[in-house]
Design a protein around this ligand. Structure first.
Ligand SMILES: *[C@@H]1O[C@H](CO)[C@@H](O)[C@H](O)[C@H]1NC(C)=O
Ligand SMILES: *[C@@H]1O[C@H](CO)[C@@H](O)[C@H](O)[C@H]1NC(C)=O
Length: 168
């Protein structure tokens, strides 16, 4: 199944639900190999005076804020310093990059821009998954063992985008 260096799967769902929510919400699921970096991008066209806020968890602690009007960037170490030196933001795109990912980085990340919230469901896969995928790639002949880490690093990125359109 994982035939390429990097495979991206893109799934799109539109679900119409009755009542309850009037706003539009979106959950994007992102999978990444442990140790790799992952960039979360809301794909929102930014304005010069936008404030972009990233949170870890639903209504969780603020981990990064970009104030484009003041040209200010705030990056948190996260609770318990879990993200220390591993977060990066891009003040042009508003994206958040988690570097050297750990299994414990898995979870929901929320970005709010102009009152519109996008949620990312990040899953960080451990070595088991890497080994399994390398195995599944089977006879693709990663003969040079010294290249194994980088092979694992690019073995698979699965991006599943689930858009839930919640409408009255
Ligand atoms: C935002 O990006 C611009 C262009 O890359 C850069 O010159 C500026 O220093 C950045 N601002 C901050 C606060 O990093
Ligand atoms: C996030 O993804 C994981 C793994 O695919 C799944 O088990 C979990 O239910 C998802 N959570 C949400 C809130 O979508």
């Amino acid at each position: 199944m994982f035939t390429g260096k990097t495979l991206v799967f893109f799934w799109l769902y539109f679900c119409r639900l009755d009542g309850v929510f009037a706003d539009t919400d979106a959950v994007k699921s992102v999978s990444v190999m442990e140790g790799d970096s992952v960039t979360l991008n809301s794909d929102t066209e930014l304005k010069d005076d936008d404030v972009i806020e990233w949170r870890f968890g639903t209504y969780g602690p603020l981990i990064a804020r970009i104030n484009r009007e003041l040209d200010e960037i705030f990056i948190s170490d996260g609770t318990d310093g879990r993200f220390r030196d591993r977060l990066k933001v891009d003040n042009q795109t508003g994206s958040l990059t988690i570097m050297n990912t750990r299994i414990t980085d898995s979870g929901l990340y929320e970005v709010t821009i102009r009152g519109s919230k996008t949620t990312f469901n990040v899953t960080v896969y451990g070595p088991d998954k890497t080994d399994k995928e390398l195995y599944e790639r089977g006879t693709e002949k990663e003969s040079d063992t010294s290249s194994a880490p980088s092979a694992g690093a690019v073995a698979g990125i699965v991006v599943v985008v689930v858009l839930l359109h919640l409408a009255l």
